[in-house]
Design a protein around this ligand. Structure first.
Ligand SMILES: Nc1nc2c(ncn2[C@@H]2O[C@H](COP(=O)(O)OP(=O)(O)OP(=O)(O)O)[C@@H](O)[C@H]2O)c(=O)[nH]1
Ligand SMILES: [Mg+2]
Length: 456
């Protein structure tokens, strides 16, 4: 009894355990908005539906209900749940529109505690949950904190030279004609920087994910500010005061101190837990260049999670994340027999971080799932026996039944790309009723990992 009372006292004093701040990230179109919408929707319905059997508190009937409450952080935009619902409940249903900035939503979850200590305090307990949606692209900027302008420029130009596209060549040739040591004019810099941003946007639209600086393509409120108007430029000589190159260097340094650092300080280091959403299937379908690029971008992103004692992040800020989930999204695009392969492939992709980085008691897991299931699964009889299929409505409104193919269980080799055996279509969400929770695959497993222990 004494032990329980002292635990109860601790809980009272800490009070903190009743709050959980979860960072939701992923590259563009990874499925963050769909995820947060479904996460909240599942919680709002859990007292009336058996929609989360793998979330222990829900299975045990201890979740009493959930509701949206005003967020604490007044400086961040509110996650627009109503807009998402509006799209999903439109006729025909549509996916929510792309988002470009940080936003958050707070949910209060009321539950019956199982832990004796908590029961002593109260019969019902409340967990306040903040879900913060932020673009994974912003994590790609972390390595820039460790590089000066010259080093960064060398690396960028080297990277760009490896991309075989006419627009990249044209920009590199143009940049090579500039003499920024002689030039004083900031108009020229602004013009070339705008062209550089256009180039990054064009790369992004062609499936390239490794875009740096990340804010150039997702500037949020910084659009057109001088701090996002610079570009890589290599010079043998040191710039004299007042020349155009010194201006570039200054803007780069401002970007480091006024854009990258505040993001890590104000957001990243405040997350208790993080989920990194990875859309493995779209690049798998787009081909080798898209897949390799996603793999490199993911490796860069994961550097943000390597808190190791001497890691850059640990030195600058002290992140407090104790759980990190890698989740393969949109698993409703493949047949259930391929989910295990999708998970294995994700494991291979995140291997560099899993293996080499000391996580200092950060628990990790990989899960394949679908936030909003837009297909049904079944079998069709063929001569060779029953073949698993998925059935859904394409974005163009066509009803299709197909076997999308096998997901490779390891990183695909050259022969996979030659065969290109993967047939991926985008599906429209199913009709959604207000009274029913959104259909999902494995959201309960995701939730159990992220907050199951906080609902005991
Ligand atoms: N079938 C299926 N498609 C999904 C799912 N989640 C997301 N999608 C698809 O992926 C697209 C992008 O999803 P979003 O949730 O908007 O992705 P995001 O990460 O918020 O994208 P940005 O805000 O643009 O960075 C959607 O428009 C859907 O086409 C899912 O669970 N199932
Ligand atoms: Mg979004």
């Amino acid at each position: 009894m004494n032990k329980i009372t002292s635990e109860a006292k601790q809980l009272l004093n800490r009070g903190l355990d009743a709050h959980l701040r979860i960072g939701v990230t992923g590259l563009s179109r990874a499925g963050k908005t769909a995820f947060i919408t479904s996460f909240v929707d599942q919680l709002l319905h859990t007292s009336t539906h058996d929609n989360l059997p793998l979330l222990t508190a829900s299975r045990d009937g201890r979740l009493l209900g959930a509701r949206r409450v005003p967020q604490k952080n007044l400086l961040t935009a509110r996650f627009n749940l109503d807009a998402s619902y509006e799209s999903l409940r439109a006729t025909p249903p549509q996916w929510p529109t792309p988002t470009r900035d940080v936003s958050e939503i707070r949910i209060a979850i009321k539950y019956k505690p199982r832990s004796k200590a908590r029961k002593l305090l109260s019969r019902n307990a409340t967990l306040y949950l903040d879900l913060v949606d932020y673009p994974g692209e912003w994590l790609l900027d972390l390595p820039m904190l460790d590089m000066d302008f010259t080093h960064w420029s060398q690396q960028q130009i080297h990277r760009l030279r490896q991309i075989d596209l006419p627009e990249v060549k044209a920009w590199l040739e143009r940049a090579a004609t500039l003499d920024l040591l002689a030039e004083q004019d900031d108009k020229l810099i602004n013009r070339v920087a705008t062209e550089f941003t256009q180039l990054l946007l064009s790369l992004k639209s062609q499936g390239y994910q490794l875009i740096q600086p990340g804010r150039f393509v997702l500037p949020g409120e910084l659009a057109e500010a001088p701090v996002v108007l610079f570009f890589p430029y290599v010079s043998e000589e040191k710039p004299a005061k007042g020349c155009a190159l010194s201006l570039l260097v200054k803007r780069y340094q401002e970007y480091q101190s006024q854009v990258i650092k505040p993001f890590y300080r104000d957001y990243f280091s405040s997350f208790d837990r993080q989920i990194l959403l990875v859309d493995v299937l779209t690049p798998l379908n787009q081909g080798e260049h898209a897949f390799c690029d996603m793999q490199i971008a993911l490796t860069e992103i994961m550097k943000s999670f390597s808190y190791g004692k001497n890691g850059l992040l640990r030195r600058l800020f002290s992140p407090r994340t104790d759980k990190l989930l890698f989740a393969a999204t949109k698993a409703d695009h493949i047949t259930p027999d391929q989910h295990a392969n999708l998970n294995l492939l994700l494991r291979h992709l995140v291997q560099p971080i899993w293996q080499h980085v000391s996580f200092e008691s950060v628990a990790m897991e990989c899960i394949p799932f679908a936030s909003i299931q837009s297909t049904d699964t079944g079998f069709v009889e063929q001569k060779s026996g029953a073949t698993p299929v998925i059935h859904g409505t394409t974005l163009e409104g066509e009803s299709v039944t197909l076997y999308p193919g096998e997901v490779p269980a390891t990183l695909p080799k050259a022969d996979f790309w030659q065969k290109q055996g993967f047939d991926f279509s985008s599906f429209r969400p199913k009709d959604a009723l207000e009274t029913q929770p959104l259909p999902h695959i494995g959201m309960d497993k995701v939730m159990q990992f992220l907050l199951g222990d906080k609902l005991r």
